[in-house]
Design a binder for this molecule. Structure first.
Ligand SMILES: [Zn+2]
Length: 654
């Protein structure tokens, strides 16, 4: 009941139908905290939209949930990744990531920063030093903070937003304010876990309550994490009044979110953003800030978000927050697109797509909303184990796409699986890094993508094939429900999978999670030979020559299997012989090859006929028929269609 009221309030405020109440009220979403609420922020910030700067003040209320006293405290200052070419981020990425780059390095306007002005605790200014680079500042606490103790730290800072790159910054008159405030690391056991901002990896933070007050120019529309409690115009000017350059800071937005571990927002002049489309899905108010030219995609976007919420509820648990905001970013701000924040995602669509050939907005929307669970609520360490978020989310995306779209869009008719992209990525560089490698320590960005997104999709498919779908669903549900808001790691997942399935997964774990070998079997050779008998026969008297002639059974067959990859797993071979006999054989896969002989030629053969190994590389060479497959109309239709669709996607037409 209360939740509905909050959502409605936010809705009314956001669409500007009426001015919000003049008094601020303290609202809360949950009667019982969902999370341990370790890092809580009370933030006040003022945006200078013209100069793309922000002045901020925050009180961090932090509890030591570790086992030892904390003597220092690290703060992420993420925007310093874009301060200059010397940052770790810039050196690792060369300034090019996610289609964004620093266009005019000589111009200060392209670059950004986050500058600490003051950090105080118990009346004392804290001394500090930079960590690996300026994206983390380590501050010496005035005294050790004991386990269980709560402290308040007052911080003032200023930002300059960069030209949009890697999720943050401005483009045209759009501004994505993400990774925008000084943010404490995670204290685990007796040490801090707080990595610098790397080019490939994402984030890790503790949960808490956010009270955010933003002072924004009155002509701006705002999309944000959480709910909007009230809007205040100190001078009573209508929110929709024409912008007045002399009054750049007319509106104060008070925002609230709880049991989240980050907070993001975006602004755009109201005339270009207009009002958000919105709908309710099972108690969740979904706000959709649509980019003008893409307005026609609203129904597609809506279905995608509903599908994501539906399947995540069925497979994990119900999305618990009152709101979900989806931003369809403008074209020029693409580096901010396809990103997830608590209760807020960016997921753009494409204006011209009459045949609905593209996976956008569906795939992006389902993926980003899926992140609300693995990034948002499970909240594993994305620096160190990115696959527990990106990989699980990719698997969710692929599953939800398959369940939701049975038409041309889902690829069923044209036999292109929704995991095809992951398949291509995985086999592009399958063995460089195990899933246990820290995300920023992989060989290169491709290997990061393999380990974070592609390989885990197949590892989870493998696990499902091994356990069966009903057990796999129980495993995932138990993992999500038991460890939400708890920062699980891979050992937690293994423990739950073993407990729920009742199976020992250590060899699976060794091969697929800790190992870098691949699963690759093939039918190397199929032979048919005539059986003949004759030649010199030795009798007691003298050798006799009998002319060679066909012998029963006439012809015999053999098949040689090959293990091309390093993973040794038993694999089934199904064969049908010309004499119509069928056989199923299991090869243990220990050697590199194995030949089976039959007393009739092989008419057809399939390796892994039951699909126990979704990860098997080469399906083409895992089956055999004596005659090549006839390429009929269906084949050529797929080829032509695929080429046209691919060309359109490549050109950005669709
Ligand atoms: Zn993702």
């Amino acid at each position: 009941m209360a939740r509905r009221l909050v959502a409605l309030l936010g809705m009314v405020a956001a669409i500007g139908l009426a001015a919000g109440p003049r008094t601020w009220t303290t609202e809360k979403w949950f009667d019982k905290p969902r999370s341990p609420r370790i890092a809580n922020y009370n933030i006040e910030a003022t945006l200078d939209f013209e100069h793309k700067t922000l002045e901020g003040r925050e009180t961090l209320t932090w509890r030591n949930s570790g086992t030892a006293p904390a003597v220092e405290m690290p703060l992420h200052l993420y925007l310093n990744a874009f301060k200059g070419p010397q940052s770790l981020f810039m050196k690792e990425s060369g300034g090019r990531i996610q289609a964004g780059r620093m266009d005019h390095p000589e111009e200060g306007t392209s670059w950004g920063y986050c500058r600490l002005l003051s950090v105080r605790m118990e009346g004392r200014e804290l001394e500090g030093h930079d960590g690996e680079d300026e994206t983390v500042r380590w501050l010496k606490l005035p005294r050790p903070v004991q386990p269980g103790e709560t402290i308040h730290v007052d911080i003032t800072w200023e930002n300059r937003y960069p030209k949009v790159i890697a999720r943050s910054g401005w483009a045209g008159n759009f501004l994505m304010s993400s990774q925008w405030f000084p943010k404490v690391g995670v204290y685990q056991g007796d040490r801090w876990n707080c990595h610098a901002y790397h080019a490939s990896t994402e984030f890790f933070a503790d949960f808490g309550v956010y009270e955010v007050t933003l002072s924004l120019p009155n002509a701006l529309g705002l999309a944000h994490t959480g709910t909007c409690m009230a809007q205040v115009d100190p001078d009573g000017i209508e929110r929709d009044a024409a912008p007045d350059p002399k009054r750049p800071l007319n509106f104060i937005w008070r925002l609230h979110a709880e049991d989240v571990h980050d907070f993001a927002w975006a602004v755009m002049p109201r005339e270009s953003w207009r009002r958000p489309a919105m709908f309710e899905y099972r108690g969740v108010q979904v706000f959709y800030y649509i980019n003008g030219p893409n307005r026609g995609n609203f129904q597609r976007q809506r279905r995608a978000v509903e599908n994501a919420l539906r399947w995540s509820e069925e497979w994990y648990f119900k999305y618990p927050y009152p709101t979900l905001t989806v931003i369809d970013t403008p074209k020029e701000a693409r580096p901010a697109d396809g990103m997830e924040y608590p209760t807020l995602v960016t997921a753009s669509s494409v204006a011209f797509d009459p045949l609905q050939l593209r996976f956008e907005p569906e795939q992006v929307a389902i993926h980003e909303v899926g992140h609300q669970f693995f990034y948002g609520m499970l909240a594993s360490n994305e620096f160190e184990e990115p696959w527990l978020d990106e990989g699980f989310t990719s698997w969710f995306t692929y599953k939800a796409m398959e369940r939701s779209y049975h038409s041309l869009l889902g690829g069923r008719r044209f036999q292109v699986g929704t995991d095809f992209e992951e398949w291509v990525t995985y086999w592009g560089l399958p063995s460089a890094d195990p899933l246990t490698r820290f995300g920023f320590k992989t060989l290169n960005l491709l290997s990061y993508n393999v380990g974070a997104y592609a390989k885990p999709t197949f590892v989870l498919n493998e696990l499902e094939a091994m356990l069966g779908r009903p057990v796999m669903e129980q495993v995932m549900r138990a993992y999500a429900q038991e460890l939400a808001f708890r920062h699980p790691d891979r050992q937690d997942f293994k423990r739950i999978a073993e407990r729920v399935s009742g199976r020992d997964l250590s060899s699976f774990w060794r091969d697929f999670v800790e190992g870098t070998e691949v699963l690759d079997y093939a039918i190397r050779e199929v032979r048919t030979q005539d059986t003949t008998e004759g030649g010199w026969l030795f009798s007691e008297k003298a050798p006799v020559f009998a002319a060679p002639q066909p012998a029963a059974p006439g012809r015999v067959g053999s098949i040689t299997l090959e293990r091309r990859g390093g993973i040794r797993a038993p694999i089934t071979l199904w064969v049908r012989l010309e004499n119509r006999e069928e056989q199923r054989l299991v090869w243990d896969g220990q050697d590199r090859w194995m030949t089976y002989e039959f007393d009739s030629p092989v008419a057809a053969a399939v390796l892994d006929p039951d699909g126990n190994y979704p990860m098997l590389k080469d399906h083409l060479h895992a089956s055999y028929t004596p005659k090549p497959v006839r390429r009929g109309f269906h084949y050529w239709a797929q080829m032509v269609w695929g080429a046209v669709a691919g060309w359109m996607q490549g050109c950005g037409i669709g």
